[in-house]
Ligand binder design. Structure first.
Ligand code: SAH
Length: 504
């Protein structure tokens, strides 16, 4: 029996023939059959990179794509046509392999990095010996031609195909240190819009055919879409090096000294916005209540200033002081920083002391606890609602009672923050009694504790049965209106929801 040939997926690198590995060059020289994908016009980028190594006596197997754009009249659609094409291509190579001939498939860049070689590998590697020879990727090439570090220290690099929807591109671009967006060409307008949306356009470079003689690179903002071929990428290099060397094409003026008041969301990284994540990374100082600062991963070089939860003014002053001295400061709140949290405290101090008048203050929103709690039980906030803090630490209790009564009389759903604490024990009971003067005793009350955190519990009581002993500082209460409903679902769960419409 003939010994079968070996399939080699060989990366030929980004363009410069000298960037083929020694191994790739040897395999091309030693192997009988050379295969490569090409478009219908017959040109193949991978073959042209390896052209200097190809000989007359090589057996060529061009694998010509039946469709180059996603338009096809075939009833099987684009996916079907392409699958058939890979099946046929694999079959053609299988004939050589079965006859004992080795086959090299030339792949631009690296075979397993968005490469079509992988579709041959998955069809053939279980039947014949197969080996992948890695190649220099376009991403490495782009950072090399720019002479800019891609990522350093603990920075994160995100690789994105430009074919993603603009919103997803923007979300991921906002949430990374460095990025490469591949598959430009027809996607260019979308990619550019996403970079702009994510605030990253000024730092981004356009790199075309990196390391090849036709290569060029310019700030991406200056490139007209009609000039962009598929063989190009967008590169957002390491932000550290940009800041250190002032080497960004159009650097955003780095705001020297500012206070950014951020909301971490109610719990966990899923409820932290990319914008806040970025502000936390860029800050030189974190200022906040201890347990909130503890939720932010430690970053080398970043200073953390924690304090107790009753010293908001001092904390705000400290943050402004640091910013006045030129530092970038993030003040952290849980949930949203504007809801019973640090944003107001910062403005209060910034306004009271004239020396802080020139310190820039920005507020970045976060998901507030009421939203998280509501989502866990259905849609209790689906109609008009009021948000109140039951804490009488910063306002007199009679004001709270009057507001509760007014909101209840107006038939608003109520989201009650800070319902109780270790020292504020009687308030929930009194609030319940005030509400009972205006609301049916059967009104549903959602008691949401530690939403999104370990030990989360979300229970539904009636207003009459609400037990204040079950409520503490880690709870949020949602009290229904006259139209709020409790429904049993088929899976045994209970949903609390308030209709969008109101009778009358
Ligand atoms: N800025 C925060 C609110 C701070 S007041 C925000 O927008 O969410 C603190 C109160 O928020 C707590 O007493 C509790 O009522 C509520 N809270 C915050 N996180 C919560 C969570 N994960 N689960 C339940 N309640 C929460």
């Amino acid at each position: 029996m003939t010994q079968p040939g070996t399939l080699y997926g060989v990366g030929v690198g980004p363009g410069d023939p000298e960037l083929l590995t020694v191994k790739a060059a040897r395999l091309i020289a030693e192997t009988e059959v050379i295969a490569y994908y090409s478009a219908r016009h017959g040109r193949s980028i991978a073959r042209s990179i390896a052209a200097g190594l190809l000989r007359e006596d090589h057996l060529h197997e061009p694998l010509v794509y039946p469709v180059t754009t996603e338009g096809t009249d075939d009833p099987a659609g684009y996916e079907g046509v392409i699958r058939q094409f890979y099946d046929d291509s694999a079959q053609r190579l299988a004939v050589h392999l079965a006859a004992g001939r080795d086959v090299v498939v030339l792949c631009a860049g690296d075979p397993m990095f968005y490469g079509s070689y992988m579709y041959l590998h998955e069809r053939l590697a279980h039947r014949f010996p197969a080996q992948v020879v890695p190649g220099v990727t376009s991403v490495s090439a782009a950072s090399a031609v720019l002479g800019r570090p891609l990522v350093e220290r603990d920075e994160v690099l995100t690789i994105l195909p430009g074919t993603l929807p603009a919103e997803e591109l923007a979300r991921r671009l906002a949430d990374t240190d460095a990025a490469a967006v591949l598959k430009l060409g027809r996607t260019f307008d979308t990619v550019r819009a996403a970079l702009l949306d994510a605030g990253r356009l000024p730092e981004t470079w356009y790199v075309e055919r990196a390391t090849s003689p036709q290569g060029r690179q310019t700030p991406l903002a200056e490139v007209p879409a009609e000039d962009v071929p598929y063989f190009s990428l967008a590169l957002l290099p390491s932000p550290t090096s940009a800041a250190a060397r002032g080497a960004s094409p159009r650097p955003d003026p780095v705001p020297v000294g500012e206070v950014v008041v951020v909301g971490l969301g109610p719990a966990g990284p899923r409820w932290l916005t990319p914008e806040v994540a970025r502000a936390l990374r860029e800050a030189e100082h974190l200022v906040g209540y201890g347990p909130y600062v503890d939720r932010v991963p430690v970053r080398p070089g970043q200073q953390r200033h924690t304090s107790g939860n009753q010293v908001e003014t001092e904390r705000a002053a400290h943050a402004l002081e640091l910013a006045l001295a030129g530092a970038r400061v993030a003040v952290v709140s849980s949930g949203d920083p504007g809801v019973f949290a640090m944003a107001s405290a910062v403005y209060e101090v910034a306004t009271a002391e004239s020396r802080f008048a020139g310190v820039p203050v920005r507020v970045l929103p976060g998901l507030t606890a009421a939203q998280a709690a509501a989502s866990r039980i259905g849609a209790p906030l689906g109609h008009d609602f009021a948000v109140l803090s039951l804490s009488d630490r910063l306002k007199p209790w009679p004001v709270i009672e009057a507001r509760l009564a007014a909101a209840a009389a107006a038939d608003l759903v109520l989201a009650l923050y800070n319902p109780a604490s270790a020292s504020r024990r009687w308030q929930v009971g009194v609030a319940r009694d005030v509400l009972l003067r205006h609301r049916d005793p059967k009104t549903p009350v959602v008691v949401a504790r530690d939403v999104g955190r370990a030990g989360e519990t979300v229970t539904v009581a009636t207003l009459a049965d609400l037990d204040p002993a079950t409520v503490d500082m880690r709870c949020l209460l949602i009290v229904g209106s006259s139209t709020t409903r409790v429904s049993s679902r088929g899976d045994g769960s209970v949903a609390v929801w308030t209709p969008r419409t109101y009778p009358g």
